[in-house]
Each structure stands twice: as structure tokens, then as C-alpha cells.
Design a protein around this ligand. Structure first.
Ligand code: SAM
Length: 279
């Protein structure tokens, strides 16, 4: 895996240089592990052969919204434009797992929490066991966590460019390595029609915000979610901050439509900014 850095890793490098240090512990994978790096007047030397010149370290340090892959002695910003959705995808660092920005909008909660804790709340709400359907892959965090307790996870992503971003993210590695996870590319709205009745024990529905994908909040789609869910199955549906005006009104509509298509019970699950629905 490539070395990937953000301002969170470069800030201590600059401090160490100012303090006259010649070596320090450094994370080459956005906080997952550490290695010793050597500091010279020219830059930072990695035991794996890469060298980051100080001007590159300064460049990373000045950019709080992006992560950078180290390629030889150059940097590649983790960002891509999708011609399919006309959106820009990038990886934004946090002190924990990074989030993905789609046209500047974070795909995980980062205010008063972080993407990893956000994921754990979603997982607590979904209680993954058996066959799990994850309707929106993103960086794969919900799929990866669900696969720890489930038999198998099927995860669907609309835009292959989102998966290109995930390929660069060390926190997404298991999405590509774990044989318990099957990835599908397509619009969940269409892909779900190909899935068998009552096949899934659990569903994690973690769509982009309502304005970005209203069809994933529609009665038609909810009917399909209901169809593929096993009797006594459970679904977690992320919606957004229940305290916000828009979150409140979207939540009201979601609950009404879920009940209308047949879910027997729909409960607010505020810790995870969503609802849990039971078949
Ligand atoms: C909130 S993120 C999902 C985060 C993900 N659960 C995780 O743990 O990293 C939403 C994702 O859904 C994808 N998406 C948007 N519309 C979609 C659709 N119609 N079908 C499937 N995926 C979609 C976006 O590209 C984005 O990657």
C-alpha cells in the first residue's frame, strides 16, 4: 500500500524538524500504524525508499481538507472528478478515519464525532448478522464493520470514482480484501430489483443526504427494501441530524413512507442520526 499523508501527520514532522530531531515515529497510513522516519536537511526519508522534500511536507501541511499519496518524491492529491455524476470526490483527513467529500459534502459525521465513531453508531443500530445489504458503499466503513459480525455483506456503489478514492484509503482496505464482502456497481434503486425476495437479514441504508438522492428516500425504493428483507428483519436508515429543521421534516416523511410500505415499526435512533425499521 502507498504511503498516504495529511496535515495531521505533517504537523509533528515540522515541529520535530524545528526541534532539531533526526528521526521520529510517523504514520504512513493515516493513523493506522507507525514507522520510524529520518529527517534530513532535504526532507523526510521513509524506510520504504520514498523521500518527501520539505516543500512537499509544507504543501501537505497547508491543506487541511485533503490527503496526499507519496509517489517517489512527489505528491498526488487524492481527488477525482466523475464524468458520470459530474461530482468531485476527495478524501478529507480527520484525527480518526478520513471521510469522503462529494462536491465538498462530507459523507460521514465529523462534527462532535468522527467517521469511525459515526460508523460504529450505525452498526449498533443495524446489529448486522446473517446476510447484510449495504445500499451505499462509499468508503466501505459500514460494509467492513458489518462483515465483522455478519455472514456476508452485499454493498452497492453508484459511482466507480468513489471506489477509486476508497482504493487510496488505508481505512478502506478490507472492502477490497475481505471475501465476506461482495461489491456491486450501480444505482441501488435499480440493483435492488435484481435481488431475491426476503434474502437479507439486515439492511444498512446509508444514502447521501435527501437532496442529493431523493429516489433513495422514495416509497418505490422502500417497497423494494421491504421486499428483500427477511421476516423479522431489521433495517437502519441514516437520515441526518434529527435536531435540524430539514432533518426533522425528512425524518417525518421517511417514517410515514416506511410504515406505508409495510414496515411494522419504525423507531427514531438519534445516536446514529437515523431510524430503525422492523419487518
Ligand atoms: C453517505 S456515503 C456512504 C458511506 C458508507 N456507508 C461508508 O461507510 O463509508 C453515500 C455513498 O452512496 C453513493 N451513492 C449515491 N447515490 C447512490 C445510488 N443511487 N446507489 C448507490 N450508491 C449511491 C455515493 O457515491 C456515496 O459513495
Amino acid at each position: 500500500m502507498n504511503i498516504i499523508v495529511s496535515h495531521i501527520q505533517t504537523h509533528p514532522l515540522i515541529k520535530a524538524r524545528e526541534a532539531g530531531q533526526f528521526a521520529m515515529e510517523f504514520s504512513p497510513d493515516l493513523g493506522l500504524s507507525t514507522m520510524t522516519v529520518h529527517l534530513s536537511p532535504d526532507g523526510v526519508d521513509f524506510s520504504t525508499g520514498e523521500r518527501l522534500p520539505w516543500h512537499a511536507v509544507e504543501e501537505v501541511n497547508a491543506n487541511e481538507n485533503n490527503c496526499f499519496v507519496v509517489e517517489g518524491d512527489a505528491l498526488r492529491k487524492v481527488v477525482a472528478f466523475s464524468e458520470y455524476t459530474n461530482r468531485v470526490y476527495s478524501l478529507m483527513p480527520t484525527r480518526s478515519a478520513p471521510t469522503m467529500l462529494i462536491s465538498g459534502i462530507p459523507m460521514h459525521r465529523i462534527k462532535d464525532t468522527d467517521p469511525y465513531r459515526d460508523t460504529l453508531e450505525k452498526i449498533k443500530a443495524a446489529r448486522p448478522v446473517g446476510e447484510v445489504l449495504d445500499t451505499a458503499t462509499g468508503l466501505g466503513y459500514t460494509a467492513i464493520e458489518a462483515a465483522k459480525t455478519a455472514h456476508h455483506v452485499t454493498t452497492i456503489e453508484l459511482d466507480p470514482v468513489a471506489l477509486d478514492i476508497a482504493q487510496d484509503n488505508p481505512w478502506s482496505r478490507a472492502l477490497f480484501d475481505n471475501p465476506k464482502i461482495t461489491q456491486c456497481i450501480g444505482d441501488s434503486y435499480d440493483v435492488i430489483e435484481t435481488l431475491d425476495d426476503t434474502y437479507f437479514t439486515r439492511i444498512i441504508h446509508d444514502p447521501p443526504m435527501y437532496n442529493l438522492a431523493p429516489h433513495l428516500y422514495s416509497s418505490d425504493f422502500y417497497m423494494e427494501l421491504y421486499r428483500v428483507l427477511r421476516g423479522s428483519g431489521r433495517m437502519f436508515h441514516y437520515i441526518g441530524n434529527p435536531e435540524s429543521k430539514s432533518g426533522r421534516s425528512v425524518t417525518r416523511g421517511v417514517i410515514q413512507r416506511l410504515l406505508a410500505v409495510g414496515f411494522s415499526q419504525v423507531k427514531h435512533y438519534a445516536q446514529a442520526f437515523g431510524v430503525v425499521a422492523f419487518k
